[in-house]
Design a protein around this ligand. Sequence first.
Ligand code: WT7
Length: 644
Amino acid sequence: MNIYPIPDKSREGTNCTNEEYLKLYEASVRSPDEFWGDQARKRLDWFKDFTKTSELDYHKADIKWFLGGEINVSYNCIDRHIKAGKGDHAAIIWENDAGTFSRSYTFNEVLAEVCKIANVLKTQGVKKGDRVVIYMGMIPQLAFTMLACARIGAIHSVIFGGFSQDAIRTRVLDSQARVVVTVDEGMRAGKPVSLKHTVDKGIEDVDIIDRVFVFKHTGAAINMRSGRDVFIDELLETAASTCEAERMQSEDPLFILYTSGSTGKPKGVLHTQAGYLLYASMTHRYVFDIREEDVYFCAADIGWITGHSYIIYGPLANGTTTVMFESTPLYPDASRYWKMIEKYKVNVFYTAPTAIRSLVKAGDEHVKKHDRSSLRVLGTVGEPINKDAWVWYYRTVGEEKCAIVDTWWQTETGGIMIAPLPAANGTKPGSATRPFFGIQPVIVDEAGNEITDPDVSGKLCIKHSWPGQMRTVYGDHERFMKTYFADFPGKYFTGDGAHYDKDGYFWIEGRVDDVLNVSGHRFGTAELESALISSGLAAEVAIVGFPHDIKGEAIYAYVILKDNVESDETTRKNMKLHIKESIGGVAVPDVVQFVPGLPKTRSGKIMRRVLRKIAAGEREQFGDITTLAEPEIVQKIVAGSIKA
Ligand code: WT7
């Protein structure tokens, strides 16, 4: 396959040429401690220098970086830039849902807002190590609240605004939070989203919450439970706008973010202070090749890791102007992103393949009517990007002048792991190309042997630790061990399949476990199945993914109904509604098919391979099904299958 060359625009003024990449990469894997130790001292401001760079035991999943060091993340994201004379420089530019209002906050202003919220939290008794659950839409106060937690050492747990009341409840209970911060309503594509109301339902019978802080956004009338709920804006009016940054140990927790796995309920991925911040900021600087005056726009939601690392922590640690966006790519029409890029003169833009595909579909005229000459780097993340979408991004959006960076990483990795650097390597559509500094990806076979031949698929593992790596599953270290370190001892297992080509470029093939990737969002099939079972309507459920034009992957549910439950539209609707309430709208299956049975082997294992084929439209070729207990069930399911 042809390599798309490095664009001229990327070469001028770059932070990293290919020579530099090769040199630094070699050093980073030869002596990781020396490499990361130097970077940590050079790129972060420490209250107290660390005494030991790392202490790692991959067999016990015991991971520590920068031991003995003391640091504060919010200080590194705000105060030090002010000290360096950037107080009046734009830190966050926020645009509202309707596109009728925008506001730029300087580093000075961010500091004042963050300190006020920190002081209010402190008055409430929130201390170092306490968990604070945050359920807000994409408004600037969300960023300030996260940074306020970081300032006083509280551990934030942000819940995506599209998640349901049950998701709030389980996360509050799992993290044993005492405080929730929310907003009256969010706005999304012209419609209000009743966030406070959802919090109320989520914590109705949860007595560990003693304070709910509510920001006013739309001003809608909402219920306030007396003694528990308070409007925070009123308290902020009188709160002091300075607040000392807490001295945190490098390995103190910074945040919890829940993500789905192949088994059980979502796990609380725990990231810590110094290592996470160093890794988020360094990857941000190198992968997007950030320059001093850049305006950077990541269109993700802060409810996901991309928003944490690449809207808030990475860019702000680098002193970069970061654009925060409340709406969606199609509202009010498909020109929204390009309009914003023109308006704010965006240099670097970062989005997901699913958004790109929906914009391809909307037509080129939306792109072309806006000036995009400020753009230099275009990033993508969340799922493998198909060639057509990649080429469209490159030609139509970038006019062949911008570098495309396809970035592979995970909630667990804290930051980008495999991606091109704009001025260091050419690109191939669909390949995330080469590993970042310090990252040693390997492809292994079923037995755990490293595959050394190009073009042979296997499971993607990472050999040595890196500072941004998650440290544990909150409250369940055993699960952390089992999920990531047990299958291939001595390596971190990613859950993805991959291969590399003869140029050493990596190609990610998608999940090899029972995890679906719907529009870049992760859901475990087990989690979806148990949610459907809990509707009380289903006796048995099997969920699989199937290819979808826009979402990448969509959800197909095969359901054996309980006796006496009607197999009609109402039941189908109720099941979808149940998923919406127990997980969230993004997890609602595209197809719910009622089936008389499931294809099971004699030992009772569901043959998902057959169900995936039927969901993808296959009607005849199912491979070997002779080991099924009742092979004839396959044709019965085919007969009733539903085309999405
Ligand atoms: C999973 C992680 C990392 C932030 C967004 C998703 C898939 C992610 C790519 C990419 C191919 C990708 C993987 C990974 N994925 N980026 N560039 N190419 N696949 O974070 O929810 O933790 O999901 O997303 O399957 O394991 P996440």
